[in-house]
Structure formats: structure tokens, C-alpha cells
Write a protein that binds this ligand. Structure first.
Ligand code: ADP
Ligand code: MG
Length: 439
């Protein structure tokens, strides 16, 4: 079960991760292809223009005289701009000063080119002899990239560089594609996570069902065990009872003790009979009977008085211990209380304080049994009430289970709250039974 959950979770995470990675790789691939195509194109335009510029024209143009080399370069660059659709074309000298600019609107010639600051690294590499394309930059609100190609003399020395600028039209496409892919990836991941959550929930409830089934099997086993045990006890009990009765008649002095034995045997027989009934599957049929939750509580506490004193446990009774009719016979009520109070005493091996209260509110009777003993750890608290669950070497693990069954058979409930080191409170709630049958 645990392993299935781990597997499903890991699988879902792997799918999510794979989706994220493959989306990213796809996007990077497309962006890379578009970018390299753009760079090749811009580099080719710059290199072609640079090859067509003669060193003599450049030398002449640097004198910045109208006519001659300057004019021919101007025509060349304007033509280049018109034929290729680049946003700007200019010729820079080896110091980065603009010699010819194809943009008529700007008077930049003779001044250091703005490209020296906007695309400095690329320009410097071009002036060292490389054909390069700059990173994107923004000039007067427009996003551009510049391609540079060196202009050389006959000896191959770099005299300057041609610069062509072009808006990277692929960038908005790439970012739009990125957004779309991100959307698809997020949707896929959400779908996978949702699916995994559904599967995990299914597996979880299947496991819960399995647990419940095994608890039912436990119960059935307990029933069989109890039936056998009860049967085994019943016969010797009958013999003990008969013998005690005869003993009492034969030996008048032993009469009182013999009576006591008979009384206790009868009590034991009744208990065994109840367990047998229980084990046969017929719920403790308390609903037919009426007991007094207050009277039984008082009797149980009176019974335990000596035990409490011996264990140095102080008792505090709160609330009203008067008639409190509930749908459970007194014998079962005493058994219920006894189980809870004995647990409380066992939790206070060095003495302590036991507070027992009985209150009536809105047609319900509530009994609280609070000790200041060792308390119960949360992990154990959750499992309390499963048959045979005990932390004690000699425990049966049936006390709370039976107490709860008895309370529930009368339409009531048992709740346990506890804090380690501070103590435990068991609360039993019963609906009050109407004295005359009722509806
Ligand atoms: P048993 O008493 O035979 O162990 P129970 O069903 O009566 O079986 O109790 C189950 C377990 O619950 C006990 O072993 C003990 O660990 C814990 N427990 C019950 N009541 C208390 C309490 N008042 N304080 C601390 N632990 C308790
Ligand atoms: Mg117990």
C-alpha cells in the first residue's frame, strides 16, 4: 500500500518533470533556430556590404567631402537599406566614428557612433576583424540588433566596419510561443497531478476498507474465543456453586463464606452469560432494559473506595448523582465504569487525583472520568478501542472496546481525550431514557 502510493507519487512527479523539461527543450530549440537564422541573415548582409566597399572610397569619405568616395558610399548604403529592408546602415571607421550614415534624418556623421555604447562588445570584435551580430538593444524605443562586418584594405588591415541594424522580429514570436507552451505544460502538469490525486485517493480508501475488514475478522475471532472461554467457565462455576451450597449446609460456621461464594459465582455466571450473548452476535440488548447511570456510578465508586485509598488516589465527585435513566442495565453500566476507572488507576501507579462528574444537559447524561496519570500518546490514542489493543503486558485490550460497545448499545458514545504527562479524560454520553416507554 505504502509502496503503491510512493510509486504513484514518484510517477506523477516524473511525468510533471518530463513535461517541464521537454517543453523547455522544445522552446529553446525553436528560439535557437529562429535566432541563428536571424543572425546568419544579418551577418551576411553586413559582410556583403563590407566586401563591396573599397578602401579608397573609405579614405576619401573620411575627409567628409561631398562627392567622390563619400557620395558613392552614401548611394551604396541607401541602396542596401532599401533592398534588404534593414532599419539602419552605416559605415564606421576604426575608432568607431560614423563616416557615412544611410539615415538622412540624423546628423551623426563625424561623431562617435551610438553603436559604440549600445553594441560596444560586438563593434570592438568587428574592428578586430570578425563578422558579428550584437545582443538586442533598445534605441529610441525600438528593439534592434546590429550586424557588423570589417572593411579591410588590400593588405587585410581593418579600416572600419559596416553596421546594419534590424529589428529581431523573431523575439515576439518566441515569447508568444513560450507563453503558449507554458500554458500547455501547466495544463498537462495539473491534469497529471489531478489524476494522481484521484488514483491516490482511490488506493487510500481501498486500504481503509481492507483495514476495516481485518478489524471485522478480528471481531469474529474474538467472538469465537469468547464463546469457547465462556463455555469452559460455565461448567466449573456450576460445580463450585453447588459445592459451596452443600458446604454451607454441612458446616454452619462456614455459612457466611459459602453464601459469599454462591453470590459471587452467580455474578460471574451472569457476566459469562452476557459475554456469550455478545459473542453469539446478538448485541448486548440493553435497549430493552433501563438502568440508572447515576446509581450505577455511585455504586461503582463505593465499591472502589478501599482500592482508591490503598492506591493513594483522591476522589472528587462533581454534579448530581440522582436518578439518570438510560437504556442500559445497571450491571453493564457498572462494568463500563469499572473498565474506565481501572484504566485510570493503572495510569496513576504512584497515586493521584480522580475526578468523576455526572451532568445532565438537553436530555443527555454525561459522565466524565478524569485522571492525572501518565496520559496517552496521540499514536496510541488513535488505535484505542480496537479489540485486543493494549500497551500493558498483562492487559486484555478489551476494556475500552467493551466500554464503547456498551455505551453505543444504549445509543450513547465514549470519547477519550488525553495529553501525555497530564492525564486522560474519558467522557461517556447517554441519551436520557424516558421513564414510560416513550415514543
Ligand atoms: P487493557 O487495560 O487491558 O490494556 P484497555 O482497552 O482497557 O485494555 O486499554 C487499552 C490501552 O489504553 C491500555 O493498555 C493503556 O495503554 C491505554 N489507556 C486506557 N486508559 C488509559 C488512561 N486512563 N490513561 C493512560 N492510558 C490508558
Ligand atoms: Mg483496561
Amino acid at each position: 500500500m505504502q509502496r503503491t502510493l510512493v510509486f504513484i507519487t514518484l510517477f506523477a512527479l516524473a511525468v510533471v518533470l518530463a513535461t517541464a523539461v521537454s517543453t523547455w527543450v522544445t522552446w529553446q530549440g525553436v528560439a535557437g533556430a529562429l535566432e541563428s537564422e536571424f543572425e546568419q541573415r544579418l551577418g551576411r548582409i553586413a559582410a556583403t556590404a563590407a566586401r563591396e566597399i573599397g578602401p579608397a572610397d573609405l579614405a576619401e569619405a573620411r575627409l567628409r567631402e561631398e562627392g567622390g568616395g563619400y557620395l558613392s558610399l552614401q548611394v551604396q548604403l541607401v541602396t542596401l537599406r532599401a533592398s534588404t529592408g534593414v532599419a539602419g546602415a552605416s559605415l564606421l571607421d576604426s575608432a568607431g566614428v560614423t563616416v557615412v550614415d544611410a539615415r538622412e534624418s540624423e546628423f551623426t556623421e563625424g561623431l562617435p557612433s551610438v553603436l559604440a555604447t549600445l553594441a560596444g562588445p560586438a563593434l570592438r570584435r568587428a574592428l578586430r576583424g570578425e563578422t558579428v551580430v550584437s545582443a538586442p538593444y533598445r534605441h529610441q524605443g525600438v528593439l534592434l540588433r546590429a550586424g557588423f562586418a570589417p572593411v579591410r584594405d588590400e593588405q587585410g588591415r581593418v579600416l572600419g566596419a559596416v553596421a546594419v541594424e534590424l529589428a529581431p522580429a523573431y523575439l515576439p514570436v518566441v515569447s508568444r510561443l513560450g507563453r503558449t507552451l507554458l500554458l500547455i505544460a501547466v495544463a498537462t502538469m495539473l491534469a497529471v497531478l489531478l489524476l494522481a490525486a484521484i488514483v491516490v485517493r482511490g488506493a487510500w480508501s481501498a486500504a481503509r476498507l481492507e483495514r476495516r475488514l481485518s478489524r471485522a475478522q478480528n471481531l469474529a475471532a474474538m467472538g469465537r474465543l469468547t464463546a469457547t472461554l465462556a463455555h469452559e467457565i460455565k461448567n466449573p462455576l456450576a460445580i463450585i456453586r453447588g459445592s459451596a451450597q452443600r458446604l454451607g449446609r454441612l458446616e454452619p460456621e462456614a455459612r457466611r463464606m459459602a453464601d459469599f461464594v454462591v453470590e459471587e459465582t452467580d455474578r460471574l455466571s451472569r457476566t459469562v452469560a452476557r459475554y456469550l450473548e455478545f459473542a453469539r452476535g446478538s448485541e448486548v440488548d440493553g435497549a430493552a432494559e433501563t438502568g440508572d447511570a447515576a446509581l450505577a456510578l455511585g455504586a461503582t465508586l463505593d465499591l472502589l473506595e478501599g482500592e482508591l485509598r490503598a492506591r493513594e488516589v483522591t476522589l472528587e465527585r462533581a454534579g448530581r448523582f440522582e436518578a439518570a435513566p438510560v437504556a442500559l442495565d445497571n450491571e453493564s453500566l457498572k462494568q463500563l465504569y469499572l473498565n474506565l476507572i481501572l484504566n485510570a488507576l493503572e495510569a496513576m501507579p504512584r497515586g493521584g487525583h480522580l475526578a468523576v462528574s455526572l451532568t445532565e444537559r438537553a436530555g443527555r447524561i454525561e459522565i466524565g472520568i478524569t485522571d492525572d496519570g501518565v496520559g496517552i500518546a496521540p499514536g496510541i490514542l488513535k488505535r484505542l478501542g480496537s479489540p485486543f489493543f493494549t500497551t500493558r503486558a498483562t492487559g486484555s485490550g478489551l476494556g475500552i472496546f467493551l466500554a464503547r460497545r456498551l455505551a453505543e448499545s444504549a445509543g450513547g458514545e465514549l470519547r477519550i481525550q488525553s495529553e501525555v504527562g497530564r492525564g486522560t479524560t474519558c467522557t461517556v454520553r447517554f441519551p436520557m431514557k424516558r421513564s414510560q416507554g416513550g415514543t
